[in-house]
Design a protein around this ligand. Structure first.
Ligand code: NAD
Length: 305
């Protein structure tokens, strides 16, 4: 990536970034590296300090963050938080300038995205839903997959900025489409992790060298980005998030509801949704989703039983 110059800084859109968590912090830092001016707001002081140390500006409120912004990015946990930062007297819609582009990169229900786009249009603000896949590592390495819903014109305008964050960036259709594709993504990831976790317990109980087994499995048809990215979590029983079980529980709810609404049956997805819910109910909601391994171990009378 080339070093930003003073001239790129003045021609690039001014960005407000709301939500500097596991994903938002490294993503906003990638925008700074690409030369964007970024003003951030989030709930934790240490995350604001991190943004300032990376060269960003810190705002004291959402209103202050978005007032001068051409583009506003939100990366918060779920629909209630997207609504909290968007609506109301202190929210984005009330305080952003007319013509601004709001890119919501959180994973939320498609209907929330559709409703937000409608409310924003009434104030002259354009919206894209642009949830991501690739995890914390994908965010740090700027190789995320970004699934976008909204108008082509807004997508074309957002593309250079999104290219500083990800590698595969696709307009999936109208408002909400990005979220529908993200819901399918979360179904595939959860089922894949569950299959890997079951294989891990089966291999260990069979006395096979787990590291060797996972290496060779990942070179064949059973290989996956999930296995490559989560292999060390399984091997070391390191369930530091990453992507929290709490968030995947939210996403399994989104995909289950959305599938029911269109009459699509998700039999395996429904079982895995229950396993995620059970793990959470047992107090593991703050762990990485690779902790699905703990549930399989408990079912198999293993070390966490
Ligand atoms: P996180 O909990 O680490 O961060 C969320 C951030 O939102 C926090 O910094 C919090 O302060 C901020 N926030 C919440 N409410 C706010 C408010 N009212 N005003 C300002 N800031 C507020 O979550 P994360 O892991 O970064 O995930 C963010 C989104 O990205 C979620 O929708 C998640 O499903 C999705 N996602 C996460 C991953 C991952 O691997 N972590 C991968 C893909 C997608």
């Amino acid at each position: 990536m080339s070093t930003p110059t003073d001239s790129t800084r003045t021609t690039l859109p001014k960005v407000a970034w709301i939500g500097l968590g596991i994903m938002g912090s490294p993503m906003s830092e990638n925008l700074l590296k690409a030369g964007y001016e970024v003003t951030g707001f989030t709930l934790e002081q240490d995350k604001l300090d991190r943004l300032a140390a990376a060269g960003g500006k810190v705002a004291a409120s959402i209103a202050e963050a978005v007032a001068q912004a051409d583009v506003i990015v939100t990366m918060v946990p779920a629909s209630p938080q997207v609504e909290a930062v968007s609506y109301g007297h202190d929210g984005i819609l009330e305080n952003a300038r007319e013509g601004a582009l709001l890119i919501d990169m959180s994973s939320i229900t498609p209907q929330t995205s559709i409703d937000l786009a409608k409310a924003a249009a009434g104030r002259g603000i354009r919206v894209l839903d642009a949830p991501v896949s690739g995890g914390e590592a994908g965010a740090i390495e700027a190789v995320l997959s970004i699934m976008v819903g909204g108008a082509r014109e807004a997508f074309d305008e957002a593309l250079p900025l999104l290219e500083a964050l990800g590698r595969t960036i696709v307009l999936c259709g109208p408002h909400g489409s990005g979220q529908t594709v993200k819901a399918a993504n979360q179904l595939i990831v959860a089922v894949n992790i569950q299959a890997c976790a079951e294989a891990v317990v089966f291999l260990e109980k069979s006395g096979v060298d787990l590291r060797a087994a996972l290496d060779v499995l990942n070179g064949g048809l059973a290989g996956s980005t999930v296995l490559a990215r989560k292999k060390d979590n399984f091997l070391n029983r390191d369930f530091t998030p990453g992507f929290r079980i709490d968030l995947h529980h939210k996403d399994m709810g989104i995909v289950t509801d959305a599938a029911r609404a269109v009459g699509a049956a998700l039999p395996v997805g429904a079982v895995v949704a229950q396993l995620v819910a059970s793990l959470r109910a047992q107090g593991d909601g703050g762990l990485d989703h690779s902790a699905l391994l703990r549930a399989v171990e408990r079912l198999s009378g293993g070390q966490f039983a």
